[in-house]
Design a protein around this ligand. Sequence first.
Ligand code: 2M8
Length: 431
Amino acid sequence: MRFRDAASVLEANDVGSHTLPATGLYPHQWNWDSAFIALGWAPLDHDRAWLELETLVAAQSPDGMLAHIAYDDGARTYFPGPEWWGEHRGADGRRISAISQPAAAAICLRELWERAPDERARGLLAPLHRFHRFLIDVRGATTGGEPVVVHPWETGRDNAPEWDTALDRVPGVDSTFDRRDTQFVDAAERPTQEHYRRYLALCEACRDLGTQQAIAMGAPFRMLDPGTSAILAAACFDLAEVASALGEMAIADDSRALCDRLCSALDARRDSGGRLWALDLVAGGEEERTLGAGVALGLLQPGLADASVDGLAALVAHGDLSSSYGVRSLAPTDPRLEQRNYWRGPSWANVTWLCTLALRRHGRLDASELVLDRMRSAVDSAGFREYVDPDTGEGLGARGFAWTAALALWEHEGWNNAGADASTPPVDTQP
Ligand code: 2M8
């Protein structure tokens, strides 16, 4: 990987205060994208890294949610636009969606804080704490804290097969609509039209239900996602770490308590191999036993018992979710596998990186390095693509994809070894 090439991706996607996931295909600010992207800025421009997170929290809604999209005025290449969600605005005036995304921001905040500390972290604590409280108090009101996801887009793994059955129950919209994504990416690598009809029906349901309390109780799609829940548990833990380092003890103490609460809920339903399954709440809490990235992300739960870490480490490093190019989004034994289609088979850099981070934190350094090397192999094979074929390493989806470049920059060896000195980015050794 050439450091300069990765840097060029972030520079090309930079709109000043935040970074587009991909120009054309994704022309707004996405929630968990910006969390990963902030890390990529750190070796290039220390201030820009912190600004990425500040812009993300600037669009916080009055109820504390950080929406999955904060829309940029004037960007017209994305569908659906803000009108599909009703009239919601963030504190900074941007139009926002009515749903959220995995709370990776505080995880990335802690990573950034530890390698490139800045007093600006203090200003992020309260907004991120409110966001976590929103997910636990509002979305988790009927589950004891685990946040209910009300749209597949909230999980970030949009067309993962674990949502199929629940989504099939939602009648799709009848109206015709003009998808833009397939103007940029081969339709065979994107969700089906039928899935889009149902995604849009869920947008309309959220718009009509109005308040987040009503959405959490009444959305026609309501599931628990191990990925979303484990990321939130890690985010609460990490926010507590940074808050405590900054002497903000009220946020630290509350975040630790929230983390403990989530971990107890997750422990209560892990199986003997450490696996957590999605639950379909509309179907009375039925388990959705799909072996994919959601199960792998369960590894992020802080303080996970050794036996569970063993089981999940084996799964992502050598087992059904391992590949030469990172962690698979779906086990190849699953009959619904589509090797080139989005979240139904390909490997994604962010999932692979989160697993690497979790393994490192659980002290499994060899497995962590092994999995990280596969993320690097995917970049060496495909460049900074959105996702790759897990068996061939062929690049798929968007080109110039920001979080792939950002995570490669963050894990670039020169920068790793150089520590926090962003003023001397590593020199490329490859031609
Ligand atoms: C993808 O999702 C958006 C909807 O949010 C889309 O397909 O239009 C997902 O991969 C999601 O995880 C990601 O945050 C987003 C932007 O990269 O794209």
